[in-house]
Design a protein around this ligand. Sequence first.
Ligand code: SF4
Length: 244
Amino acid sequence: MALSWSQFNMWRDCPYKWYGFYRLKLVPRVKNIHFSVGSATHDAIQKALSAWQYKSRLTVAEMVGVFSKYLQDDGVVSDPDTLQYWTLSAQNMFQGWMGWASTHEIEVEALEKKVVTTNFLGYIDCIARVDSQRYIIDWKTSSSAYDQKRADTDDQVTVYRWLDGCTPDTKVAYGVLIKGTSRFQFLESERTDEDVSKLTSEIRGMEDTITTYGVDDMPEKQPGSPCKWCELYSMGHCEGEDDF
Ligand code: SF4
């Protein structure tokens, strides 16, 4: 089974949670509105940038159209009021994104790039030159602004830097659309070869550990703040930490 960023990140939070999700499959995959809004936003940006490659520009209204169709096709939103709420939210978000995009020289190299190593699978949202600088970009749809520290330390983009082959002169960035607002953040940062090497040895550690587990072996629980949002806790599969 190829690992992914989501799996590795969950393992870091709590190995037992990973075990419940990926080995025992205790948590059914259920779509929710926030996941769908994030996917619909990605879809609209990818289509806008795809047109950008051919010197064509989608308007904000066209991006909202892509977003809205995605939500309807996804089947999560059924009532018109909810659809209208998210459509208005998307209009603001795409205005913010377009305000940023239209004031920079963007040269797209890859969109939704699938990268597979021997045992790791990742999708990089976007690799592009922005004002001549090459970036690995991950789009985020967030309910609040990111701080720079997150862009400087979050390992999701470190993984993408690794999957991109540590190409020289490449920076990483989070492009953050803040739900319901027209504020867009382009938070750039860097990852060194040392950052990548530290992370890949941690990934190898996880691989080594999970391949030695027998079917009935359970990894350690790691009670702490992740318990608050853990489905295994809310579904009664784990007592977690009861001192929230
Ligand atoms: S409730 Fe806490 S200890 Fe239990 S699986 Fe979830 S994160 Fe781990």
